[in-house]
Design a protein around this ligand. Structure first.
Ligand SMILES: CC(C)(COP(=O)(O)OP(=O)(O)OC[C@H]1O[C@@H](n2cnc3c(N)ncnc32)[C@H](O)[C@@H]1OP(=O)(O)O)[C@@H](O)C(=O)NCCC(=O)NCCS
Length: 175
């Protein structure tokens, strides 16, 4: 398996992987393929990786900048130089799940984000899975419409994210 940057030529294959991975999941909104399309089309993904093997594209991970705001402050990060980044969508083709593809995509993404100076990574997801990758529940951080227990963060530079409200890239409103 190889990991590489997503390109324009991957768009349909990425959409197929995202669609297959999220299909029928209780946590899925059904909008994940549209979100991935919108992120790609808008250039909103700071890092977009794909995993590929002899059978074609088997996984993808996208990372985009988030804004965090609270009383008296707003971090208008672009994901570099101290900004926070969110992971998602993250998908592995169902027939290749539980073989380390998701782990490899997350680790490669982290190393690229660290090289760009990101403060850390957030995710909305299952603590049982993301806890394995260092994600923890940060005090006082909220994503509108999401139960707090699913809002997780891993700092790259030691400091947790500030208590506040997270605003995702506008592509996450895609339907
Ligand atoms: C979640 C996902 C990306 C993980 O990718 P993966 O390649 O299957 O994961 P890995 O092989 O790196 O890790 C697998 C390990 O994580 C565990 N795991 C996978 N999903 C899990 C979950 N939801 N909760 C707890 N553990 C989970 C597996 O049991 C496995 O553990 P083991 O090695 O002890 O057997 C993939 O299963 C997927 O695409 N799921 C559907 C879409 C999705 O849920 N995306 C994330 C939304 S936030």
């Amino acid at each position: 398996m190889i990991l590489r940057d997503q390109t324009d030529a991957d768009r349909d294959a990425v959409r197929a992987v995202v669609t297959a991975a999220y299909r029928g999941l209780p946590i899925a909104s059904g909008t994940e393929p549209a979100i991935m399309d919108a992120l790609w089309a808008s250039g909103g993904a700071i890092v977009a990786l794909v995993a590929e093997d002899f059978s074609g594209l088997v996984g993808q991970a996208a990372f985009s900048a988030v804004q965090i705001f609270g009383p008296g402050f707003r971090i208008n990060g672009n994901g570099t130089n101290g900004g926070w980044v969110a992971l998602g969508p993250l998908s592995v083709r169902p027939d290749r799940q539980r073989a380390g593809v998701g782990t490899a995509l997350i680790q490669e993404g982290f190393s690229r984000l660290k090289a760009r100076g990101a403060a850390g990574c957030l995710v909305v997801g299952d603590p049982a899975y993301y806890g394995r990758h260092g994600f923890r529940r940060p005090a006082g951080l909220h994503v509108p419409g999401v139960p707090d227990r699913y809002v997780l963060a891993v700092p790259f530079r030691g400091s947790p994210p500030p208590a506040g409200t997270v605003e995702y890239h506008e592509a996450f409103s895609a339907t």
